[in-house]
Design a protein around this ligand. Structure first.
Ligand SMILES: Nc1ncnc2c1ncn2[C@@H]1O[C@H](COP(=O)(O)OP(=O)(O)OP(=O)(O)O)[C@@H](O)[C@H]1O
Length: 255
């Protein structure tokens, strides 16, 4: 299922490792949010991070982004085998625009990618660049819409387009499916698959929507302050760890 074009990755993980987290811990003040977190994100993979509220999913993302201090190691393996800082595209949890916000998607995007003041007319060249960026997530038709008038799915497509400029090595999405209806969810998941194939990047996302995991995720990480289980969706969803964390009582016949 995965598109793995980085055959030349030098070492570890059968030469396909993209992001490697080893024994990572995160503490804020006296509170330890994460401990002994280890996992690999392979090139071209879509990996879903699941866990109950407060499990530390957003904190894990923030540590990878360098926003939270951490212990342990977070390494990125480039396709030429060297270690370096990756470009990471990030869409935070529940970003919302004020419903009355008069700023257009074009204005918002131009301000974000080119520091262009919203009160100045946007030159044709910048407009074309914004259109091209939005086209990566099929959101170019939203360019002249007010950001406050976007649906949940449309907000995600615009913010994902922003996270893809410049094209990152890793795309991190914090609960991209929340606030998105069933049709929008299908569109977003199809788009994620298209993005990873087109741009050859790895995607790490958190979700509480377990029903769709088998459709799109190559691998699932079950987190509750540490990694409890990693594996293909079906394996994690049927694991005792998953049942314990979500207080499920399964009969002998499973589901
Ligand atoms: N900046 C912060 N300062 C102090 N505690 C924090 C901070 N950010 C998160 N926490 C705490 O860390 C714990 C993990 O929070 P986090 O947001 O990472 O969990 P989560 O798995 O993303 O939860 P949810 O599924 O509800 O979004 C929570 O108890 C939270 O209160």
């Amino acid at each position: 299922m995965s598109v793995r074009k980085h055959e030349n990755c030098a070492s570890g993980c059968a030469g396909l490792c993209c992001l490697r987290v080893d024994g990572m811990g995160v503490s804020l003040g006296d509170t330890q949010l994460l401990h002994d977190v280890s996992f690999h994100l392979h090139c071209g993979e879509i990996v879903a991070l699941i866990g109950p509220n407060g499990a530390g999913k957003s904190s894990l993302f923030k540590a990878i982004l360098g926003q939270f201090p951490h212990t342990g190691a977070i390494n990125f393996q480039r396709s030429d085998g060297k270690k370096s800082r990756p470009i990471i595209g990030y869409v935070p949890q529940s970003p919302a625009f004020d419903r009355g916000d008069p700023v257009s998607v074009l204005d918002f995007f131009a301000a974000a990618v080119a520091d262009w003041p919203v009160f100045l007319p946007i030159p044709a060249k910048l407009r074309a660049r914004v259109r091209d960026c939005l086209a990566r997530t099929h959101a170019e038709g939203l360019m002249d819409k007010r950001v406050g008038a976007l649906s949940g799915g449309e907000v995600q497509r615009v913010l994902m387009a922003l996270a893809l400029e410049p094209l990152p090595h890793i795309l991190i999405l914090d609960e991209p499916l929340s606030g998105v209806d069933i049709d929008g969810e299908k569109q977003l998941l199809d788009m994620l698959d298209e993005i990873r194939q087109t741009y050859d990047l790895s995607i790490l996302l958190s979700t509480h929507d377990f029903a769709t995991l088998e459709q799109f995720a190559d691998k699932v990480i079950l987190l509750k302050n540490t990694v409890l289980k990693v594996g293909p969706p079906a394996e994690v969803l049927s694991s005792p760890e998953f049942q314990d964390v979500f207080h499920l009582r399964m009969g002998k016949g499973g589901r």
